[in-house]
Design a binder for this molecule. Structure first.
Ligand SMILES: C[S@@+](CC[C@H](N)C(=O)[O-])C[C@H]1O[C@@H](n2cnc3c(N)ncnc32)[C@H](O)[C@@H]1O
Length: 273
């Protein structure tokens, strides 16, 4: 006998909200439709498609990978297992970058380690006069970033490479932004929760968590114009160490900004003019 959506939701081992999202994915409908039609009978193909998604979720796969998308800075981004799942914390990085170039006409921006492209695309769409280059060492991640730029109507330049060792633009940048891998390779969280499914190279630098940040901060002076800004995201306990790096590399006014949870999440500074 055919079951209804209401019966399925009542029986689901998943939290109701997750089950609803999976049903919306299977049926391709809005939340309002789902509520209005919850007594409609479901056919066998729909039930099988739902079961396949439910099984993945029960095995711990993140919702963002199952649904293939995640909202960031008010826009819907495609995500695949080739990229880090966008985190709300990273909105602090976008905010910091946009503040750093506020009032500057046609700024030149470099996003190092763009992943799904959330930072570069958000800045490019909020500042259409900016020239934004997005880089990554993962060709698969760059393909996702390109797909997001195209789908959201952002014009970006892309290059593949190891931090600054890639095709860059002639002239210097007004802003460099980066959310690099910053988890210590020994951190036990890497083997837990969503992190188990995310690309290891997006999470950890394979060292103490500050290796990529050191490389980015040390290289910045060669690529920023005098007075140009560097904004980086880092771990909850890394702000003091990152400010120290900034200070030793010619950023005398380094300061950290807090994310929505009140954690010092982003450090930024301007290169001495
Ligand atoms: C923490 S993820 C950030 C992705 C995206 N910017 C975001 O905020 O969601 C770090 C990104 O840096 C890239 N990455 C890691 N090592 C790199 C390297 N040596 N050179 C360039 N990119 C690198 C990873 O592939 C990954 O996409």
């Amino acid at each position: 006998m055919a079951h209804t959506l209401r019966e399925h939701l009542a029986d689901s081992p998943l939290p109701r909200l997750e089950a609803q999202l999976l049903w919306r994915q299977v049926l391709g409908v809005s939340r309002a439709w789902l509520i209005a039609h919850d007594t409609d009978p479901l056919d066998a193909a729909q039930e099988a498609a739902y079961r396949a998604l439910e099984t993945r979720r029960l095995a711990g796969e993140p919702m963002a990978y199952i649904l293939g998308r995640r909202e960031f800075w008010g826009r819907d981004f495609r995500v695949t297992p080739d990229v880090l799942i966008p985190r709300p914390d990273t909105e602090a990085l976008v905010e910091c970058g946009l503040q750093a170039i506020a009032g500057l006409p046609s700024p030149r921006v470099l996003d190092l380690g763009t992943g799904s492209g959330i930072v570069a695309v958000s800045i490019a769409l909020d500042r259409p006069d900016a020239r934004v280059r997005a880089t990554d060492c993962s060709p698969a991640a760059l393909a996702v970033a390109e797909m997001n730029a195209r789908a959201l109507g952002a014009t970006l330049l892309f290059s593949l490479g190891n931090w600054y060792d890639t095709q860059l633009d002639s002239g210097r940048y007004d802003l460099i932004v980066s959310n690099p891998p910053y988890i210590d390779s020994q951190d036990l969280h890497l083997a837990q929760g969503d992190l188990r499914f995310e690309p290891r190279g997006a999470l950890t630098d394979g060292a103490d968590g500050l290796d990529a940040l050191r490389c980015i901060v040390r290289g910045a002076a060669d690529h920023l114009r005098p007075g140009g800004a560097l904004c980086v995201e880092h771990g909850w306990d890394q702000a003091a160490a990152v400010r120290g790096l900034f200070q030793s590399e010619g950023f005398s006014d380094a300061a950290s900004q807090r994310d929505l949870a009140g954690i010092e999440r982003v450090t930024w500074g301007r290169l001495a003019a």
